[in-house]
Design a protein. Structure first.
Length: 629
């Protein structure tokens, strides 16, 4: 009995210690993207699949941005240790203290500073400790440089050793637990068609399906629509309309496409408001901006639902539908669902392509961080910026603007390495501009100029290409092989990008400029079989992720063409709804019905076709026709 009593005492003591530990430990996770007032900081969601979350970034182009601030209520008063998840983004190229420095203020008092300038990966950096007498506190992010400092989250804990995990998988579990995110998201409703990605292709797919009677959900992971043609990236619409077998395709783009052309132009040229109005005015479209698709639910080889996560609030919603369209560019939905895909360049022997390399490799066309400068009318300074990329009188780019030729990441993975690729784009813009402003001997042309705009969302050309029942290849286009399921016409030249040899000579292995090799074509109808997955039964794709080889992508990737292909996908989705079928069956049994819709089109007729710019190349005479049957 005495021994049993001792055991009871030990058990009670242990329970009391555990209870004391539970009571003692108080914490709070503040996601930076949820700040109520973001000041001059921007939300960057491009890499949340890689590093775990959207984050706030101080994109000031060398001038510190306005403070971001919010008010939170901690669980209790007392002493809290503060940790900040941040990243020294210049670390891949320089061992010096990083460029993206910032501070955190609690109720107006600065914590340890600077943050964001050390380490070589996303990490939890200690910001010190605070004594809290009132649990309601004001948290402020104060930028120190304007050079893209980044803050993912702030962790307040009463236990100094209580630091969140760094491993991404463990961190995601930690976040879901602390933030009490539901395992089963709330339903966003049942739809006839779910389109993920609201670039030109996704917009066209959604509107076409909606006008043909489908109830459509359209998800976009940014607040602005248009993808590469938005004011955030600023790439013009390439390719022709009113061409090929179905000249009525593309009328949609006349309704909301911008009237002015050109890359890296003022924001107003891209007419974001016109695009938004076109979507919200469609009664059959439910638009979900700022929702990024992060997961899929599967039923065998079919997608039953897509999970979308709000990039600021963290809210998750479930989107259910019989058919889906992957218009993400990166083939994200297909990848999550297990769709077959290619990435990189195929070997010349695989498809008999003369423009392909002898051996398959991982090289892709790169991503562009475009920029331009403005005349300030007076002398303007720029901070000295040198983080591992050294320019000279001979190697610097003596320009006041950079557009498509400023291209990075061709020899890196455009998915896994994309943050590094984008960051290198920023690095070379700032480094070159700093040299022109501060070191170039004859810099009179630059003294009165300042950076007017630098993209922080990179314009990507190529990543995953989802595989359909047919893979479009070089011979199809150059020999004009006629397929019975030809749809919208590709009219752009076979436009393939490579590192600029002159840039390679100055920066071997670290190129940031490209050249284009172009082969003119005669307008070519893209087969419908390139627009749905060969192994995920209810998945369409439109945009640069359709079923083509790397070489064929050179002609199909421009946005007027991807928009028309999106329109075709929307039409096919309406046929799926009408007959309760899946995408492949449209080709097998209802191809004539699709052809009828393509002949008629869904856009307004008679609108002017603004094609005075950037039409793309065609051959003077059509090639000899070769049938595929």
């Amino acid at each position: 009995m005495e021994r049993l009593s001792k055991y009871r005492i030990l058990i009670l003591a242990g329970a009391m210690l555990m209870q004391f530990a539970l009571v003692k430990a108080s914490n709070y996770l503040l996601e930076a993207e949820s700040f109520t007032n973001k000041g001059g900081w921007v939300v960057d969601q491009q890499f949340m699949d890689l590093m775990g979350s959207p984050y706030l970034m101080a994109h000031g182009m060398g001038t510190p941005v306005d403070d971001a601030f919010t008010t939170i209520t901690l669980p209790e008063t007392g002493i809290y240790y503060v940790y900040v998840r941040t990243y020294n983004w210049t670390s891949p190229w320089s061992s010096s203290k990083g460029a993206g420095k910032f501070s955190i203020y609690i109720d107006g008092k600065s914590l340890a500073s600077p943050l964001g300038d050390s380490g070589s990966e996303w990490m939890w950096q200690s910001a010190g400790k605070i004594t809290v007498s009132n649990p309601q506190i004001r948290v402020t992010l104060h930028d120190l440089t304007g050079f893209n400092g980044r803050c993912d989250a702030i962790w307040f804990t009463t236990e100094e050793s209580d630091i969140p995990p760094s491993d991404i998988a463990d961190l995601n579990k930690f976040r879901r637990n602390v933030l009490k995110i539901k395992d089963i998201p709330d339903s966003a409703g049942q739809y006839d068609f779910v389109v993920v990605g609201a670039g030109v292709a996704g917009m066209s797919a959604a509107i076409a399906a909606a006008r043909l009677g489908c109830k459509v959900a359209l998800l976009n992971d940014r607040p602005i629509l248009g993808g590469n043609n938005s004011s955030e990236i600023r790439v013009h619409l390439g390719g022709r309309l009113e061409t090929g077998l179905y000249p009525e395709l593309g009328n949609l783009q006349k309704e909301w496409g911008p009237l002015q052309g050109g890359n890296a132009q003022p924001a107003s040229n891209y007419e974001d408001g016109k695009k938004m109005s076109a979507i919200v005015s469609e009664k059959n479209i439910s638009l979900f901006v700022n929702y990024r698709a992060i997961a899929v639910r599967m039923n065998g080889q079919r997608i039953s639902a897509v999970v979308g996560k709000h990039i600021e609030t963290g809210e998750e919603l479930l989107f259910e539908s019989p058919v889906f369209a992957d218009c993400t560019g990166d083939g994200t939905i297909g990848y999550l669902a297990g769709a077959d895909y290619h990435m990189g360049r195929e070997a010349r022997s695989e498809f008999g392509e003369s423009m392909a390399p002898e051996q398959a490799d991982k090289m892709t066309m790169g991503a562009s961080v475009q920029w331009y400068s403005e005349d300030a009318g007076k002398s303007v300074s720029f901070p000295r910026f040198n983080y591992g990329i050294d320019f000279s009188e001979q190697s610097c780019e003596k320009v006041t603007k950079g557009e498509w030729t400023w291209e990075t990441g061709m020899n890196y993975d455009q998915i896994k390495d994309f943050e590094r690729i984008r960051d290198y784009g920023l690095l070379v813009v700032y480094s070159n501009w700093s040299f022109l402003k501060n070191k170039l001997k004859e810099n009179e042309p630059y003294k009165n100029r300042k950076l007017g705009w630098v993209a922080y969302i990179a314009g990507k050309r190529e990543s995953r290409r989802l595989l359909g029942d047919y893979i479009l290849k070089e011979d199809d286009i150059t020999k004009h092989v006629v397929h019975e399921d030809g749809t919208a016409a590709a009219t752009w030249s076979i436009d393939l990008h490579y590192p600029d040899p002159a840039n390679t000579a100055n920066f071997p292995g670290s190129e940031f400029k490209s050249i284009a090799e172009q082969t003119n074509i005669y307008p070519y109808p893209v087969p419908y079989r390139c627009l749905y997955s060969r192994n995920i039964d209810n998945l369409f794709m439109a945009g640069r992720n359709i079923s083509v080889t790397h070489v064929a992508l050179g002609t199909t990737r421009v946005m007027r063409t991807t928009g028309m292909l999106g329109e075709v996908v929307g039409m096919a989705a309406s046929i799926c709804r009408r007959h309760n079928i899946l995408p492949r069956m449209v080709y097998q049994k209802y191809l004539d019905e699709l052809k009828g819709l393509m002949r008629e089109g869904v856009g307004q007729k008679g609108l002017p076709n603004n094609q005075h710019y950037n039409e793309g190349g065609t051959l003077a005479e059509p090639p000899k026709i070769k049938n595929d049957r």
